[in-house]
Design a protein around this ligand. Sequence first.
Ligand code: SF4
Ligand code: SF4
Length: 167
Amino acid sequence: MNEIVEFVCKRCGWCCRNLLETKDGIERGLPLTDKEATRFPQELVSPKVAIGITDPKIVVLYQLNVNVCPYINSQNVCEKYEDRPLMCRSFPIVAGDLSNRCTVFSYRIKGVSYSDSYSMEKQLDASVKFTLYLKNRIKKYYQKGLKVWEYNLATKNWVCRGFYDSL
Ligand code: SF4
Ligand code: SF4
């Protein structure tokens, strides 16, 4: 039987220095809740997801609009580790639309085979909290016919993703 091991971050800094990602023609950055967004320099924060009936009226999620996080230092240590966003806590179990770019997942720890699984309890917990946060934000304003918009960092335009119920 495979041993369940703790995920060990190599502190390579890759995930904190490659935050921007383009998928479905939309450039996206590190997702941030309301509170998390206030912990970053405001010029580095953009809206990410908004809801409304006819236009993106209420922003329910923010994002970092730069590729390299301002809090990763030259030793690859997060300078806001205790206060890091839920998305960082969940990494490399990612919630939402971020893809997994962790170098450890394709990295063999001595004595551990690729088929071994990581426990990832803390990461899963953060991922669930993030998903719940977004659901609850939308639930607060829910009404029939609600649409969801995503902000494209490349074009600085909102893109309609359709009715909330159909997503
Ligand atoms: S807040 Fe910390 S963990 Fe999150 S991207 Fe920035 S440096 Fe990395
Ligand atoms: S990419 Fe993976 S190993 Fe590297 S710093 Fe991020 S979580 Fe740690």
